[in-house]
Design a protein around this ligand. Structure first.
Ligand SMILES: Cc1cc2nc3c(=O)[nH]c(=O)nc-3n(C[C@H](O)[C@H](O)[C@H](O)COP(=O)(O)OP(=O)(O)OC[C@H]3O[C@@H](n4cnc5c(N)ncnc54)[C@H](O)[C@@H]3O)c2cc1C
Length: 496
């Protein structure tokens, strides 16, 4: 590979960082352009009084993906980051009664479920868990780590590696919510496991049942990054710079330049043109489709309709204190009517008055210290209408009060000063991630074909490659990292 080949990567999210690392390793000169003031994209922190609070992803799974990325570049992830296995996957509480911990140990979780809901649902959990493991095994090599398949290719890949019955384990119908009814009679358990659909920004009423594989992924281990998730992004950026990547922060790309039907560079906001042999885009692909990187790049991908957008969220980074409920690191607080939450979000395009609330108590379970107050991230799901509906301070405050009321009904009181609570609304997310409408996960995984309609690493415009959560294999930090690796490998094989 000639060292003269120049790759420009737009965006230093997980996918852009992974693509840059692999391209640099393959001998490319890599320029990484990031409009934000730090690498990491959604892996970011917000300053709250004297603390830095993680404002994006907090649940780290599939550790081996990051270990492999570092090992392939001749480095060791464990030398650069301290990852602690969370002894509890998450603590779940219901406003109408019940608290349940899940563990990264199927037997312990089974016992916990038996005490919570009885022997039948414990057996249901065993069946559910083995089906989820089977789906994971079938799809991890044939779908997740492989280049984007069409349905026929996927069936071929599965049959090459697995018994034909595994296709039945991965059967996509009817939807996750219905499928869970076959395993659990206690509605609360159905709710708990249906929530996995929201990890890919989707409704359990519309996602294929295959998404139950996330249960297996979590039971394999959830990791806490000492110092916070943003440290993972910093470690990836540091590795990239050691490999020679030229990282420019606060640099917005306005246009992908095209010559002779091929991407040949970029134009920055200040008018500077930078030539390149290949361009990798790590932003939301809808930014390309809606012309935000120039008219020529519009044909690179299909646009996404409002209805196809995945979830957005309202989040609050807080420095405060808690009482009345023993928080773990990851906590989920449920109300009683789960299906109506998703109808409100996806059909009525509103935030429910009684939302499910995720609360990450970031100083618990790792080496942090509570020191009187603690760092908290509170999140409720919201429709991705950040470009169509502006969120006033009153709207945000009302939703925050509704979320705090859910916590109170579950026994938890949070106290903090107003100035120690920093919010992010769907409009704010849209501003940070152009073209997204505030969607945090690209397109929703609704219907059996959604996984196949997500763009792959090669866009329709020659020389322009794609990485990130809106691209195959999908959202989440591990998947976005894999997408970056797939983009780099497509570039290397095309150029070679
Ligand atoms: C609140 C929240 C909670 C989440 N929780 C989890 C979780 O617990 N676990 C998990 O695995 N995932 C979680 N996710 C999802 C996960 O964070 C994302 O799927 C993943 O980080 C996306 O990575 P990406 O490669 O798509 O890049 P992104 O993080 O989307 O970054 C893209 C980068 O491109 C830059 N960019 C875009 N356009 C341009 C341009 N024109 N010029 C220059 N730069 C540009 C942006 O500034 C950004 O930095 C969460 C996300 C959020 C927001």
């Amino acid at each position: 590979m000639s060292a003269a080949k120049h790759a420009i990567v737009i965006g230093a999210g997980a996918g852009g960082l992974a693509a840059s690392i692999d391209l640099a390793r393959a001998g490319f000169r890599v320029t990484l352009l990031e409009r934000g003031d730090a690498p990491g994209g959604k892996m970011h922190t917000r300053a709250v009084d004297d603390r830095e609070v993680d404002g994006g992803p907090t649940v780290l799974t599939m550790r081996s993906i990051f270990e492999q990325l570092f090992a392939d570049a001749g480095a060791c992830l464990n030398d650069r980051l301290t990852l602690l296995e969370s002894p509890i996957i998450a603590r779940h509480a219901w406003s109408h009664g019940g608290v349940l911990d899940l563990y990264p140990d199927a037997q312990r979780s089974r016992k916990s479920i038996e005490d919570f809901a009885g022997a039948d649902d414990a057996i249901g959990f065993e069946r559910f868990y083995s089906q989820s493991a089977r789906i994971h095994k079938t799809l991890s090599e044939t779908f997740m780590t492989a280049s984007k398949p069409d349905p026929v290719t996927l069936v071929g890949r599965v049959l090459r590696h697995h018994h034909p019955s595994s296709l039945m384990a991965a059967k996509p119908a009817p939807n996750l919510w219905c499928a869970l009814g076959h395993f659990f009679s206690d509605e609360r358990l159905r709710q708990l496991f249906a929530r996995y659909a929201t990890y890919v920004g989707s409704s359990p009423l519309s996602t294929p049942a295959t998404l139950m594989l996330i249960a297996h992924v979590e039971l394999e281990g959830v990791w806490l990054v000492d110092g916070g998730m943003h440290r993972l992004a910093a470690a990836m950026a540091e590795l990239g710079q050691e490999l020679g990547i030229d990282l420019h922060l606060n640099t917005h790309v306005n246009e992908v330049l095209v010559k002779g039907g091929r991407a040949c560079g970029v134009r920055l906001e200040d008018g500077t043109s930078l030539p390149a042999d290949v361009v990798v885009f790590n932003g939301d692909t809808n930014a390309l489709a809606t012309g935000q990187l120039g008219s020529e790049a519009m044909r690179a991908v299909k646009p996404r309709s409002v209805e196809q957008r995945a979830l957005s969220a309202l989040t609050w980074c807080i420095k405060g204190s808690s009482s009345g409920f023993d928080l773990d690191h990851h906590n989920v607080f449920f109300e009683s009517d789960y299906p109506s939450e998703f109808n409100t979000i996806f059909e009525e395009r509103n935030v429910p008055a009684k939302p499910t609330v995720y609360l990450c108590a970031q100083d618990r379970g790792s080496n942090g210290s509570l020191n009187g107050s603690e760092r908290l991230l509170m999140l409720v799901n919201a429709p991705a209408d950040g470009d169509r509906q502006s969120w006033s301070e009153d709207d945000v405050a009302r939703t925050r009060d509704n979320a705090l009321a859910v916590l109170q009904r579950c026994g938890l009181n949070l106290s903090f000063r107003d100035s120690d609570c920093v919010s992010t609304s769907p409009s704010d997310w849209h501003g940070r991630f152009p073209g997204s409408g505030g969607s945090l996960y690209g397109g929703a995984s609704h219907g059996i074909w959604s996984s196949f309609t997500r763009p792959g690493a090669r866009s329709r415009l020659k020389g322009l490659y794609l990485s990130g959560g809106s691209v195959h294999p999908g959202p989440g930090v591990p998947m976005a990292t894999l997408s970056g690796r797939l983009a780099a490998s497509a570039v290397v094989s095309d150029i070679a």
